[in-house]
Design a protein around this ligand. Sequence first.
Ligand code: MN
Length: 267
Amino acid sequence: MRILITNDDGYLAPGLAALVAAVQGLGQIEVIAPEQNASGTSNALTLNRPLQVFQAHNVPGLGPGLAGVRFVNGTPSDGVHVALTGLLGYRPDLVLSGINQGANMGDDTLYSGTVAAAMEGYLFGIPAIAFSQVNKGWVELEAAGRVVRSVVQQVMQQVLAAGLSGPPFLLNVNIPNRPDADALPRQVTHLGRRHASEAVIRQTNPRGEPIYWIGPAGDAREAGEGTDFHATANGCVSITPLQVDLTDHAGLPGWRARLAMDGSAGG
Ligand code: MN
């Protein structure tokens, strides 16, 4: 089992070291993470400049025993993309991303670099899992690591072992920041929805010009039973299987009737 590990908080983030420690012994582990915090970069690829990949040395928690620890001066998706398209020279069996500092639930998944990094593996046909702690601050990170190990072991035993040639999957795991996180029930959920983001924060820079900070994410709007928001708010680890197709399948017939041109109208 060869495991590629990445994140979006940067290669020095405690959550990355916690993820690596969590899966020690489960396979050959290689790390390629962004040089800097790239939270909120979604699936962005860097196309307007070349990328460089550097060996990381003496990073706490990323010690010997790993196949390699590298960082890229780009986005999370850059790192996975470069790794899978030539850098590694082999095809990993599993891509893991995280452990992110803060929840990636509902609409967050569209903006998340953590989810996107895992998604990049998934888009290349490799099973992938994104892990996030619900609250920021790295509180109870070791307990989150125990959840990671348990989930990865279950996936390896019950999914991958059953057929490595099966379809790839993309799981999004959100873990409450609790010391007993590994003892919490796990719920398989669907994504909730958030309210629109809070208002932009307008300030004035030292030159007297207006500047803007993107406001915080909105509160949960659809957070009923079965959602990721509901599960984590009620003391469960949330596991959401994701897909990538953004097509409005339910709306297709209506749009075909309104907009499709079959070429027979003439003119
Ligand atoms: Mn992040």
